[in-house]
Design a binder for this molecule. Structure first.
Ligand SMILES: [Ca+2]
Length: 112
């Protein structure tokens, strides 16, 4: 029984750490691009990189994940964000940077 309690505690702590990481990523993104909370991107929060509010990454989130791996970091930095600016993650013919500037979602082809 104690074994399960420990495992459950570790799982909850792990999920909390993931949630905290996401909150930090949203802040890093906003400070890099100066996005306002009232903008489409600002309101999307985690959905800029994830499919809705799930842990699953959208195409833009996957490209950021690859860039983080290449930089051997687990932190979303301005440098990582810049590495994927020229890509068109969601294949809607607009670069990620153009989408961010236009306040559309770089990981959602329906947002353009
Ligand atoms: Ca795009």
């Amino acid at each position: 029984m104690k074994h399960w309690t420990l495992l459950t505690s570790m799982a909850v702590a792990g999920l909390a750490a993931v949630a905290m990481a996401k909150v930090a990523y949203v802040a890093d993104f906003a400070s890099t691009y100066g996005t306002k909370k009232t903008s489409v991107i600002g309101k999307a929060k985690c959905a800029v990189c994830h499919v809705g509010q799930t842990a699953k990454l959208n195409p833009y989130g996957k490209d950021l994940g690859e860039a983080m791996k290449k930089e051997k970091t687990k932190v979303l930095t301005g440098s990582v964000l810049k590495k994927v600016e020229g890509l068109d993650s969601d294949k809607d013919l607009k670069s990620n940077l153009d989408e961010i500037r236009a306040d559309t979602l770089p990981g959602d082809p329906k947002s353009k």
